[in-house]
Write a protein that binds this ligand. Structure first.
Ligand code: UDP
Length: 479
């Protein structure tokens, strides 16, 4: 038996996008360093994002195998359709990599866009898991979807009735996920069906963050069904990228010069973009709020709120500074209190800085967890994908932020929401800040050795190891 065969080997498959890659890297890292498994991360690369390339170069602690399917993308398609096109060209690459791997991994872990990989895993005699990098509420929707009455779906999509997920809060149409908003949900339905064939679903959440949704996922029959006996759910979060100690960066040096808890950090994730009109309102709103700010800023995209999903971290090529799309004189007027960071910033380190108190965020699930785990209250500004569900949950149920209204957000509203989160004297803001700090502590307990999420991941690792031993035994008996 080789050294490799004495410990279970797990393969992970991640679709393009920093919001997928970052938590998958963290998962692979934990499987290796906390649970003694071998891990290989197959990364379906966009090949077009500087942030993605840099992160892959820096992630030497995990064995990474890039997969590059050849596909020509329709430049006018939305990011979900582009993702689907890339993923649908990927099965032969994964099949070849897995079937030639020695030893064959005991399990494959995929994300929601890679659920077709479960059939490949099963065909090759491996376990197949899904790691959902979203909330348990969104997972409940995905679990319920295949058994949902078509009339109920159509009432939601066309008549804008709330979607009632058993045991969970209903999804109001104004908060619905992008696929249902667009009314084209066949692929989502297929992914949701494939999800039901998994040997287990890992969810980036923890008990105290989403107790009701986790309870529904584990106890209500319409959500647990799929495979005979139900699909086990493993809440393994918070799984976030931690701040790199001693990272050198201009923005961190600037933050070092600011008082404690005095700065609002403004960023819309890896893909989020705003129209020129909205960027101007945001700038003027920040100025009116008179708060210190760090703003990760990108050129406007008027027709697509996920404009940099495949080009995260790329510089715009337009070296004009200050950019023409900002209000006249804004940079000069705010230079003592504000810092603009073009296109990409070290978010884990910024949120971890002692001077940051608030986060104006698009509520991607990773950003939301990073905010909570740094005790930073949020102004939520959802843009696309399932972000409206996240914003509703974070503000109405979890109580860790305030939300901006839909449509064009005015400078006055931005001013007042930013102040609410930042100002010492605002009673609601104070309650939100206390709540986020309490949740941070509960997340730390869940992830620490012996905590509920640590134990959940240990259980997954144990399943993989038992499966490896059983496979070896079967092979030995057959030989
Ligand atoms: N991120 C970052 N710097 C940026 C923007 C984003 O490091 O300037 C990271 C962020 O910390 C998070 C991920 O990119 O881990 C984005 O994931 P999220 O789920 O929040 O949003 P998405 O980009 O998928 O919409």
């Amino acid at each position: 038996m080789t050294a490799q065969e004495s410990e279970a080997h797990v393969a992970l498959l991640v679709s393009p996008g920093m919001g997928h890659l970052i938590p998958f890297l963290e998962l692979a890292h934990r499987l290796v360093h906390h649970h003694n498994l071998h891990a290989t991360l197959f990364v379906i690369c966009s090949g077009t994002s500087a942030a993605e390339s840099l992160l892959l170069q820096k992630s030497s602690a995990v064995n990474i195998v890039p997969l590059r399917p050849s596909v020509s993308l329709d430049p006018t398609a939305n990011f979900i359709d582009k993702l689907k096109a890339i993923m649908s060209a990927s099965p032969p690459l994964l099949r070849r990599s897995l079937s030639t791997a020695k030893p064959r991994p005991a399990a494959l872990i995929v994300d929601l866009f890679g659920t077709w990989g479960l059939a490949i895993a099963h065909e090759l005699g491996m376990l197949g898991f899904v790691f959902m990098t979203t909330s348990a509420w969104f997972l409940s929707l995905a679990r319920f979807f295949p058994t949902m009455d078509k009339k109920m779906i159509n009432d939601h999509v066309y008549n804008h009735e709330p979607l009632r997920i058993p045991g969970c809060s209903p999804v109001r149409f104004e908060n619905t996920t992008q696929v249902l908003e667009n009314g084209v949900y066949d692929d989502f339905e297929l992914m949701a069906r494939e999800l039901g064939t998994a040997d287990g679903i890992l969810s980036n959440t923890w008990q105290d963050l989403e107790p009701t949704n986790i309870k529904a996922l584990t106890e209500i029959e319409t959500l647990t069904c799929g495979k005979a006996g139900g699909v086990p759910i493993y809440p393994i979060g918070p799984l976030i990228r931690h701040a790199e100690p001693n990272l050198e960066s201009e923005v961190l040096k600037w933050l070092d010069r600011q008082p404690d808890e005095s700065v609002i950090y403004v960023s819309f994730g890896s893909g989020g973009t705003l129209s020129e009109e909205q960027i101007k309102e945001l700038a003027l709103g920040l100025e009116l709020s008179q708060q210190r700010f760090v703003w990760v800023i990108r050129p406007p995209v008027d027709t697509d709120s996920s404009g940099t999903f495949f080009t995260a971290g790329n510089q715009s090529g337009d070296d004009k500074w200050p950019p023409e799309y900002l209000p006249e004189g804004f940079v000069n007027r705010t230079k003592e209190v504000g810092l603009l960071v073009p296109t990409w910033g070290p978010q884990a380190e910024i949120l971890n800085h002692r001077s940051v108190r608030g986060f104006l965020t698009h509520t991607g699930w990773n950003s939301s967890l990073e905010s909570i785990m740094n005790g930073v209250a949020m102004v939520t500004w959802p843009l696309y994908a399932e972000q409206k569900m996240n914003a509703a949950e974070l503000t109405e149920e979890v109580g860790v932020g305030v939300r901006v209204s839909r449509g064009l957000v005015s400078r006055e509203e931005i001013e007042s929401k930013v102040r609410k989160i930042m100002a010492e004297e605002d009673e609601e803001g104070r309650r939100i800040r206390e709540r986020v700090k309490a949740l941070k502590r509960s997340g730390e307990r869940a992830a620490a050795k012996g905590g509920s999420s640590y134990n959940s991941l240990a259980q997954v690792a144990a399943e993989c190891d038992i499966f490896r031993r059983q496979t070896q035994l079967r092979r030995a008996v057959a030989a």
